[in-house]
Design a binder for this molecule. Structure first.
Ligand code: ADP
Ligand code: ADP
Length: 230
């Protein structure tokens, strides 16, 4: 069965805006699915419904066969890493502490949390010897994004949701981060949904690409090769 399944999912905001309409979508285990489309077509809303930051108006969302509305939101989010463009690091905490926070929250001891955080920093290419004691403002945009990815991986979630994660960094750094992230994803076998407005990024990174049209409708759902071939 798919890792994530949306059936007839819709979202109408309180002001009447139809952000997502009758969406059917499946993400296979270990797959990287890109959601692409113009600004305002419902990509972020879709992502936030998967981790229940937003409740759908209609339809049903399952993760690993389980209806998300039947799950405790805290437990649900423990299984889902979430990375956004505005990384939201704690500004008064050092990098290592930012990453340690998640394992500590889930009851790990300080020494286990610290080891885990160091391991994650290395995984995302930030040498702890150099970066552990810096504060977020002492990092470049790309480095902050890496810390955001490390923090999202800290609870070892099977699913990662990423909303324009590489949007804030310059184009050269972005391509490097994309490549590094792809290797990481393939090594760790995570199921990833990545939102982008950049079709090049979607085609580069996606195993499959879901193209949204204005009004929160799915226009296409295909492999990059099929998208480019038509
Ligand atoms: P995308 O991520 O593709 O840019 P969004 O999911 O953010 O699109 O937004 C989809 C639509 O819903 C847009 O028209 C947006 O203005 C609207 N929208 C988003 N959040 C809200 C909200 N809290 N209240 C009302 N409308 C919203
Ligand atoms: P970018 O090209 O992404 O904008 P920056 O010019 O901001 O990168 O940073 C370049 C390097 O300098 C990075 O390795 C970053 O960690 C380091 N750096 C940036 N600001 C500080 C600071 N205030 N203190 C220490 N190192 C910094």
């Amino acid at each position: 069965r798919p890792m994530i399944r949306l059936s007839g999912v819709g979202k109408t905001y309180a002001d009447g805006t139809v952000a997502v309409h009758e969406l059917d979508l499946e993400v296979r285990r270990g797959e990287l699915l890109c959601l692409v489309g113009p600004s305002g077509c419902g990509k972020s809303t879709t992502l936030k419904m998967i981790n229940r930051l937003i409740e759908p108006t209609t339809g049903r969302i399952e993760i690993d066969g389980q209806d998300v509305t039947r799950q405790n939101p805290v437990e649900l989010r423990r299984g889902i890493g979430y990375v956004i463009q505005q990384v939201g690091l704690f500004p008064h905490q050092k990098v290592l502490t930012n990453v340690m926070t998640v394992p500590l929250l889930y009851g790990e001891s300080r020494s286990v949390a610290r080891d885990r955080a160091r391991e994650l920093m290395e995984m995302v290419g930030l040498d702890p010897a150099t970066y552990a004691d810096r504060y977020p403002h002492q990092l470049s945009g790309g480095e902050q994004q890496r810390v955001g990815v490390a923090r999202a991986l800290a609870a070892d979630p099977p699913v990662l949701l990423m909303d324009e994660p590489f949007g804030a960094v310059d184009p050269v750094v972005r391509v490097r981060l994309q490549d590094e992230f792809l290797h990481l994803q393939q090594d760790l076998g995570k199921t990833v949904v990545l939102v982008t407005h950049d079709i090049d990024e979607a085609v580069r990174m996606g195993d499959r690409v879901a193209v949204f049209a204005t009004g929160g409708r799915l226009a296409q759902h295909a492999t990059p090769a099929d998208l480019l071939g038509q």
